[in-house]
Design a protein around this ligand. Sequence first.
Ligand code: SIN
Ligand code: FE2
Length: 212
Amino acid sequence: MIPLPMREIAPGAVHVPGWLTLDEQRHLVEACREWARGPVPIRHTVLPSGGVMSVQTVCLGWHWQPYRYTRVAHDVNGRRVADLPGWLAELGRRAVAGAYGHEMEYDPDTALINFYDGQAKMGMHQDKDERSDAPVVSLSIGDTCLFRFGNTETRGRPYTDVRLTSGDLFVFGGPSRLAYHGVPKVYPGTGDPATGLASGRLNLTLRVTGLR
Ligand code: SIN
Ligand code: FE2
């Protein structure tokens, strides 16, 4: 399939369809499968409200739990999360350069890996637990989803609905770094099993925490 052209959705927010090759997607699926096993296994995050997120999450580098980062997963099994490998940070640098059209310093120190089954979704939120204003890099594999990218002021309109399909890259930084975004819907059965993912959707976000 010929990918759609890349598109700036909002200032600093760029969608690059079909950015990952099939080989890169396969490699990421395999790596995610391994990370999902541990040292901190993938799980549904429990929110302070008592609610349980429908996506399942595993983290690298830093462990995210609402609403902070720690090295150790106190809310899961008390183990330290796996390191973020150099090759993944490098992929993040290439992603930022690909989206913005120029090289820049980018050294992500955490990855949040989310798995969506056919029913999972994610409400509108800001990624604001980081202390750095470096961009967020998002990579999608598997089933297509509806990704809603909004504004920095409210959870509501104006927003732009984008379909993220397997291999797509989405980078949001600059004036869009704190824009609300969410995933209202996943379209089951739309992924290519050749990625190694028979069903569901994987999303990796790479971020700079600004923590040490
Ligand atoms: C997120 O906002 O952390 C995940 C977004 C996505 O799954 O595309
Ligand atoms: Fe997010």
